[in-house]
Design a protein around this ligand. Structure first.
Ligand code: BGC
Length: 752
């Protein structure tokens, strides 16, 4: 054994190799004591460290974990559109892992929010794979820059909690490649996460843990993944099949390593495959070794709280601000009398439920923050944070408090019981008692600002008329109180943008026809038309579109230009100007609209973004590069990405529905063609470069009397064009046979 590495798999016995492919316990790798290989700890994730304490009976106490900074869960952080900020969150989490001797933190989760009712939407990033991948990569790179590993999860297609342990997600290749895999693909190719966690569900009939196509063909052979794949907790149902498929590690252990040993002995597992899987585990342990050897490290609790605070500020999305009701003036001399209503202001909902639940190092509610900052406000809880009916006494107290104020800050949202890992919601609506209370409060005071706390989208339209201002604050982590006070009182401008559309009604969502499935399977019938890809393509009205978010500043985007940088690549430039007297950030979003295509493509798709901070009156030029993938779709015909030649519109704006300027580029295309055969239609022959010459030769031979003449009336031509040429005899008898043979012979000559 060298100084810096543990032994190679060659130095291990068969039993030792097998032992590396399952955990030592629920939260540790299995070390090989005899060879000095340690069994490091790996634990949740993803928005802070959840290192569980051990109960008095020696069991892991999932409800109690060591204090760790609670950063905003992805529902919030995804609205920041700020990968650098997310990187800082990752670095901070890694430092906490180093202190707690945790080698791998289990996250981030980058599954697509296929339907806003999904129970884990709060810990996933977006309905858009480009955004999910380009944000979550900040966590992976940030954590790993400190020598700690991440576990990109849940690979793949965990898009619902209903029946999550066994549901068969039936998804087309195209939807997988364009929607459900790209966030994973981008992060794997760019950042090489040390580990990936497979999902519980099946994909097209095969459990993810046993899915060779997923874990080996795509992940390793196509994308070049160099790390290890672990099972989600309890997702490995067949040790041998999983190991053969490419699963390195069963978590937690089922204490069945002997199955691997027997299978290796009787040839059901090839020696090379076991070596590969076990070596991956040794490599992982080697990578973590430096950070895990640091003793006595203490992270800076206040500095991390400040990172959480900044992250929370950027997570807040201003949905509505009529009469510029926000920001409020905090100066006591000028201040209006403030009422704060809603239990969430005192008891914040700041993280989601399930395996990601952590114990924060600090917790400052909005009310605490007001008190700390000497801002006076009258408070009434208004309702209880449970699913119980309304309490009339609390309601009348709230209405009285509202009457006596100039402005009301009303904290509404989803209580903990309403959303969590483990189940999907059955409604997008807020609890009825909160909506009813808002109605009463608005009748007593016209100046209401609603501050929302929820992990996933809720409907806003039914009650929006009762609020002049609406702040969507998602789940903001432990520093949400100060962050909200900063935004509400104008210390900072809101800059968050929606990572998910807010529909008017859940039944507008394209996945509802197949949600959450039946008889053990769910058909992803909407294909690639997820979220705004559906709403924008089919012109459906939404309440707030993808990418939307207001600011206290105003901006202008101008001088948009796109230049080709290669046959199928381009660079986009635009000037963005802060046209107000408030310093603030704006996110410039680039959508690619393919226009006419051989397959049904979404009207446009996000393919680039950049967040810029601009002082009042300042202008900056932004540049966004578009690679070949930005224009491609997954072709099931070619079983590959395909860029068609032609014009593509490039839209630059501030949401999927606020496009400032559109320019076009003409791309060469990737030149892929499919060989013509007897099964190609006459129309397909006509548009193929070789085929067109042959079609011309058929016409000439017809004129010369060497071949039968083809019909030239419009109706017959229509039939002809859609016919595989082996059907020509149906239309033309023996003559048709001759024409088809001629075409095939000529083609064979030309393509030689
Ligand atoms: C969750 C994972 C989590 C694991 C360990 C599973 O139930 O799906 O996200 O990392 O438990 O807590």
């Amino acid at each position: 054994m060298s100084e810096s590495t543990y032994p190679s798999v060659k130095d291990l016995t068969l039993e030792e190799k097998a032992s590396l492919t399952s955990g030592g316990d629920a939260w540790h790798l299995q070390g090989v004591e005899a060879k000095g290989i340690p069994g490091y700890m790996i634990t949740d994730g993803p928005h802070g460290l959840r290192k569980s304490l051990t109960s008095s009976t020696g069991e892991t106490d999932l409800d109690n974990s060591v204090p760790a900074t609670c950063f905003p869960p992805a529902a919030g952080l995804s609205s920041s559109w700020n990968p650098e900020l997310i990187h800082k969150v990752g670095e901070a989490m890694a430092e906490e892992c180093i202190q707690e001797k945790v080698a791998v933190i289990l996250g981030p989760g980058v599954n697509i929010k296929r339907n806003p009712l999904g129970g884990r939407c709060f810990e996933y990033w977006s309905e858009d794979p480009y955004l999910a991948g380009h944000e979550a990569i900040g966590i992976v790179e940030g954590v790993q820059s400190k020598g700690v590993g991440t576990s990109l999860k849940h690979f793949a297609a965990n898009n619902q909690e209903t029946d999550r342990l066994r549901v068969d997600a039936r998804i087309s290749q195209r939807a997988l490649r364009e929607i459900y895999l790209p966030a994973f693909e981008h992060i794997v190719k760019t950042a090489q996460p040390w580990t990936i966690m497979c999902s519980y569900n099946r994909i097209n009939g095969v459990h993810s843990a046993q899915n060779h196509w997923l874990l080996t063909d795509v992940l390793r052979d196509e994308w070049g993944f160099e790390g290890i794949v672990m099972s989600d907790w309890g997702a490995d149902h067949d040790r041998v099949a999983s190991l053969n498929a490419g699963l390195n590690l069963e978590m937690p252990p089922s204490y069945t390593d002997d199955q691997i040993v027997y299978a290796a002995r009787d040839g059901r597992i090839a020696p090379a495959q076991l070596d590969r899987m076990a070596q991956g585990m040794i490599d992982l342990i080697n990578k973590a070794r430096a950070a895990m050897s640091i003793d006595g490290y203490r992270f800076d609790v206040d500095a991390h709280d400040e990172v959480a605070h900044q992250a929370a500020i950027e997570s807040i999305v201003l949905l509505k601000n009529d009469d510029a009701i926000l920001p409020l003036n905090a100066d006591p001399a000028a201040a209006r009398k403030i009422a704060v209503i809603g239990e969430f202001a005192r008891t914040p909902r700041y993280q989601g439920g399930g395996s990601s639940h952590i114990t924060p190092t600090k917790m400052t509610s909005f009310l605490d923050t007001l008190a700390e900052r000497g801002i006076k406000a009258d408070f009434a809880p208004g309702f209880t944070l449970d699913m119980e009916p309304a309490d009339p006494a609390l309601e009348s107290e709230a209405v009285e408090t509202a009457k006596n104020a100039d402005v009301v800050l009303m904290f509404l949202g989803l209580p903990e019981a309403a959303e969590s890992e483990g189940f999907d919601r059955d409604t997008l609506d807020m609890p009825a008692k909160q909506i009813a209370l808002l109605e009463q409060v608005a009748a007593a005071n016209k100046n209401v600002v609603v501050v929302l706390s929820n992990g996933s989208v809720i409907t806003v339209a039914p009650w929006a008329k009762n609020a002049k201002g609406i702040l969507e604050s998602w789940l903001l982590g432990q520093s949400g109180g100060p962050a909200l006070a900063d935004v509400i009182f104008g210390q900072g401008s809101p800059s968050g943008k929606l990572a998910q559309s807010i529909p008017l009604d859940i039944n507008d969502d394209p996945s509802m026809l197949n949600w959450p499935g039946e008889e053990g399977h769910v058909d992803y019938g909407e294909g690639v038309f997820v979220g705004y890809r559906y709403y924008d393509t089919y012109g459906k009205v939404v309440d707030y579109p993808f990418g939307y978010g207001l600011s206290y500043a105003t901006f202008e985007i101008a001088d948009v230009a796109a230049a080709k940088t290669g046959a199928n690549t381009a660079t986009v430039t635009a000037t963005v100007t802060n046209t107000s007297d408030v310093d603030a950030s704006e996110t410039v979003q680039v959508y690619v609209a393919p226009g006419k295509a051989d397959v049904a493509r979404p009207k446009h798709e996000l393919k680039g973004f950049t967040k810029v901070f601009l002082k009042a009156g300042e202008s900056k030029t932004v540049t966004i590069d578009l690679d070949e993938r930005a224009f491609a779709y997954w072709s099931e015909k070619y079983n590959d990405w395909h860029v068609e030649s032609g014009e593509y519109a490039i839209e630059v704006g501030t949401s999927s529905r606020d496009i400032a300027e559109t320019v076009t580029v003409a791309l060469d295309g990737d030149g892929k063609t499919q060989p013509l055969t007897e099964w190609s239609t006459y129309g397909e022959w006509e548009v193929d470069p070789f085929g067109a010459k042959i079609v011309a030769a058929v016409a000439a031979a017809g004129e010369a009397g060497e071949l039968p003449k083809l019909p030239d009336n419009a109706m017959m031509r229509m039939f002809l064009n859609s016919m595989p040429i082996n059907s020509l005899p149906t239309l033309l008898g023996e003559g048709g046979k001759k024409i088809a043979q001629f075409m095939l012979d000529e083609y064979a000559k030309l393509s030689k």
